[in-house]
Design a protein around this ligand. Structure first.
Ligand SMILES: *Cc1c(COP(=O)(O)O)cnc(C)c1O
Length: 481
């Protein structure tokens, strides 16, 4: 054991040095770098001030209620809400989405088991919500460009639909769903409609030329927007805004039916940190609407440069019509195999060169249509400052893998003689991981991720989920005794 504080912190610093870089624009997912050190230090000071506070009880810690009220007021004004809109600060996008679903389930009066109706491009957080809260998920296929035909969704609305979910924009493809049309149809039928603006909520208000998508749209009943994305706050903060306080009451859990203190929880957690809330509150005060508008400018410029740049690379192209600082890149379907660039091999080459972009596997939609694998790039205010190096890397890495193919996962599986038709043995999963160069032991992640993603594409979905659970769990399994 090590009781020297200095040494402990040195150890942590050394560990952090091995992480992907959170600043500087080399990681194009997960982190949203404003490029402003003043925001980071303001957030750190705000977090330190509330470090010992328990956000569970805003009657005891009035600072929490004060900050949350002001943050929600700011969010409501930014996102088209009027005085009928109320809200809650949550721990992140997933929690906002879970709570939107819980609320809809509580308010649902229709017949039969409740359903969530949404395009296939909605965030996986809604799959999680359906799983946790026992709702069916009715997914409507999107086009090959990631766009939803509103009629395909509207015709599936029924008395068992508890909630319609749309994205602004969708995480996989950056598409803006047809919010006006769908929300109007939901309103006519008395169905709630949630806009998942977890990604876009703090940046689309400053993006020109978009059709209306926020709380001002008739029929939209709730909206989620993450402060820990384009709000530039540290992780752990999002808001869920809901029209009509009566509706929002369904979000709460309260009980006096135990021998302890009376419990009233608007969110999933009990005791909780006030640190991310304090950081977000401080940053929104400090930046104001003008500050956010200014930070959106480099994002817009860098996004249009990157779209043009990537569309100019032989064998790649930007999918669909992304409407925010997020691109999905796909193999150009117009070119022959020798000139095509596999977006996952491209991503692996970029990772080796120090640029981290996110692989998204191909996906079979419920109607059998296939959405091609893509690579996802999130553009942040710092991206512009690294554009020359980034553009060079995008091009060189495409050159280095043009015409190459990922190992065919079906072949890997049959070579191993593994049949995934039935229930997999845990040993079988280990064997597959081994064949992919992943031993399953701590720290032994594959250098190249494309083969693993290829396997995800090839395997039945519940099996690939099992495989990934094993992999992730092994990373943090306690040391052998
Ligand atoms: C990020 C995101 C979420 C989930 O948010 P987390 O903060 O990762 O929990 C949900 N929906 C969309 C569109 C997102 O971009």
């Amino acid at each position: 054991m090590d009781h020297d504080a200095q040494h402990i912190l040195e150890t942590l610093k050394a560990l952090r040095a091995q992480d992907a870089p959170t600043h500087g624009g080399h990681v194009m997912s997960y982190v949203y770098d404003s490029g402003r050190t003043d925001l980071d230090s303001l957030a750190a000071r705000a977090m330190e001030l509330v470090q010992p506070v328990n956000g569970l009880d805003p009657t005891m810690f009035g600072s929490v209620a004060h900050m949350e009220r002001e943050l929600l007021t700011f969010a409501r004004e930014l996102l088209g809400g009027d005085h009928t809109v109320t809200g809650t600060a949550t721990s992140g996008g997933t929690e906002s989405c879970l709570l939107a679903v819980k609320t809809a389930r509580a308010n649902h009066r229709g017949a039969g088991p409740a359903r969530i109706l949404a395009p296939t491009s909605i965030h996986a957080a809604f799959h999680k919500a359906a799983d946790y809260f026992g709702l069916a998920l009715d997914l409507v296929p999107v086009g090959h460009d990631g766009e939803l035909d509103p009629e395909r969704l509207i015709e599936r609305m029924g008395p068992d639909t508890a909630l319609v979910v749309l994205s602004a924009p969708s995480y996989p493809h950056g598409a803006l769903d047809p919010i006006q049309q769908v929300a109007a149809a939901a309103l006519e039928r008395g169905i709630d409609c949630h806009v998942d603006a977890c990604f876009g909520g703090w940046i689309l208000p400053f993006w020109e030329g978009l059709p209306p998508w926020d709380l001002a749209v008739p029929g939209v009943t709730s909206l989620s927007a993450d402060l820990h994305k384009y709000g530039y706050a540290p992780k752990g903060i999002s808001v869920l805004l809901t029209k009509n306080k009566q509706r929002q009451r369904g979000q709460f859990f309260a009980t006096t039916n135990w021998p302890g203190y009376p419990v009233v929880n608007p969110t999933l957690l009990g005791s909780k940190s006030a640190a991310p809330l304090a950081a977000a509150w401080a940053i929104t005060k400090y930046l104001g609407t003008e500050g956010y508008a200014a930070l959106a400018e480099p994002c817009k410029r860098a996004t249009s440069v990157l779209i043009e740049q990537i569309n100019g690379i032989e064998g790649l192209r930007v999918l669909g019509r992304p409407i925010g600082p997020l691109l999905a890149v796909v193999r150009d379907p117009e070119v022959d195999a020798d000139s095509g660039v596999d977006p996952h091999l491209w991503a692996d080459a970029l990772a080796a060169a120090g640029w981290h972009v996110q692989m998204q596997p191909g996906y079979r939609q419920p109607d059998g249509s296939w959405l091609e694998r893509t690579t996802h790039l999130t553009i942040t205010p710092v991206t512009e400052s690294v554009l020359p190096e980034l553009c060079t890397a995008l091009e060189r890495c495409a050159d280095s893998v043009r015409g190459s193919h990922t190992p065919d996962s079906e072949q890997v599986l049959s070579a191993l003689g593994i049949d995934f038709a039935g229930v997999p043995e845990p040993g079988a999963l280990q064997q597959v991981l081994g064949a992919l160069g992943v031993s399953g032991e701590r720290g032994a992640l594959p250098r190249e991720m494309a083969p693993l993603l290829g396997l995800v594409e090839a395997l039945p979905r519940d099996i690939s989920a099992q495989l990934l659970i094993d992999l992730l769990a092994s990373l943090v399994a306690p040391e052998p005794g």
